[in-house]
Design a protein around this ligand. Structure first.
Ligand code: BTN
Length: 249
């Protein structure tokens, strides 16, 4: 069970790094959660830094082992974690969406980020270290593109309440994963995609900006966008597309 053991640090380099070190020393138990008030080297996706005012937000990682999870089921991990975060927000009357592939946003503003690092054995994912940064109490950010539960909600909120809810929701979603209810995970994920079925603008790697409508994801988890100008659905991988507020020139 996720959260069967929780270790809480005032300060650590990165909660995910801490689990990785325990793993190397074979000292990690399934479901272990590492929580920190502050990270000195918090890591985001694609080598970015994850910054947070000490004590104001949830910074945690957990370790999870799988009985048998094939590599091609990797996208369902993202789905399970994203949905758990959305359900947690929903509990506090915050209605988030998933910005493909795994940012949690309220309109253009990010409220949570997910960092999944898998350990493989042959054709299977043996285990994962899953890091979550969820903005809870922070009211001021360096960029205009961030927000928090406190900013978005009228409900009374504290870190402990959010932590308990998040752990509960993660367990719910990982039960679905263990039961191999992949279709349920995928349907809930697609339903919650930000800008799904709405006209918006996207930028290709080449710099070309086009108008399109998100329709879902393919079997590999790539984004499917309908292009009006081509009257066709195109498939985009992670580096091949950017969300943009700009209009077509
Ligand atoms: C992203 O870039 O969107 C992912 C951010 C993930 C941040 C969390 S905070 C807890 C855990 N420890 C880290 O160093 N990173 C993740």
């Amino acid at each position: 069970m996720i959260g069967s053991e929780i270790i809480h640090f005032k300060r650590v380099d990165s909660t995910s790094n801490y689990i990785a070190t325990l793993l190397k020393e074979s000292k990690v138990v399934n479901g272990l959660v590492i929580l920190a008030d502050e990270q000195t080297e918090g890591r985001g996706q694609r080598g970015a830094k994850w910054q947070s005012i000490p004590g104001e937000n949830l910074l945690l990682s957990f370790f999870i082992e799988y009985k048998q999870l094939e590599v091609n089921k990797q996208k369902h991990l993202t789905q399970a974690v994203s949905i758990a975060i959305l359900q947690t927000l929903y509990y506090f009357q915050v209605f988030g969406k998933i910005k493909w592939p795994n940012d949690i946003v309220i309109a253009h503003k990010k409220i949570a980020g997910i960092l999944i690092e898998n350990q493989f054995q042959g054709k299977n994912i043996k285990s994962s270290i899953i890091g979550i940064g969820l903005n809870v109490l922070q009211k001021e950010f360096e960029t205009i593109n961030s927000t928090s539960i406190s900013i978005e909600s009228q409900a009374s909120v504290n870190l402990k309440l959010v932590l308990n809810q998040l752990i509960y929701q993660l367990n719910q979603q990982f039960i679905l994963l263990a039961q191999k209810s992949f279709d349920v995970l995928e349907q809930n994920y697609i339903k919650s995609l930000w800008l799904k079925d709405e006209v918006s603008f996207y930028e290709k790697e080449s710099g070309e900006i086009f108008k399109g409508i998100i329709k879902g994801i393919d079997s590999e988890g790539k984004l499917l966008i309908y292009r009006d100008d081509l009257n066709a659905i195109e498939t985009y991988g992670l580096k091949e597309i950017k969300f943009t507020k700009r209009n077509v020139q």
